[in-house]
Ligand binder design. Sequence first.
Ligand SMILES: Nc1ccn([C@@H]2O[C@H](COP(=O)(O)O)[C@@H](O)[C@H]2O)c(=O)n1
Ligand code: CDI
Length: 160
Amino acid sequence: MIVPRTGIGVDVHAYAPDDAPQPLWLAGLLWEGERGLSGHSDGDAVAHAAADALFSAAGVGDLGTHFGTDRPDYAGASGTRLLAEAARIVRAAGFEIGNIAVQFIAQRPVFAPRRDEAQRVLTEAAGAPVSVSATTSDHLGFTGRREGVAAVATALVYPI
Ligand SMILES: Nc1ccn([C@@H]2O[C@H](COP(=O)(O)O)[C@@H](O)[C@H]2O)c(=O)n1
Ligand SMILES: C[C@@]1(CO)OP(=O)(O)OP(=O)(O)OC[C@H]1O
């Protein structure tokens, strides 16, 4: 009997300060005209949550285990690179990926108009279906105050 395994991932990134602006990379897409996020990598919280959910499902640690901020080779790394690498690690550990679902939590950017594009890019990176939904926090908390963004993801993997 094949027993699937679920995993969870959460990621938060603060917006970059006004005196050190960054481009916004989110869900593998560049969001022109939107305030960027700070991070050791490109700060793509959606892709990072997806990668962490994969590691969690396979029981092979987490983002810090594989892409720690002490690794200069991951400085500025794209979210799609990290997600593709996470999928490779999970497959090498003996699993196939069923799907990944991510929810993005922030007031901005308004995600829905680019959902299909984001899902295509992330699905290609993971080599498995990735769906993305979005919600505001009704102006409450750090996402509501527009201090940063959050993303939560689940993943399903199964042993092969
Ligand atoms: N950054 C976001 C946040 C929300 N959406 C879309 O708006 C819908 C309503 O959001 P509420 O927080 O008011 O429930 C949500 O279901 C998304 O479709 C978005 O695109 N981008
Ligand atoms: C991705 C890594 C590594 O570049 O750095 P950050 O971009 O800061 O992102 P975070 O979500 O805090 O995860 C830690 C690191 O693994």
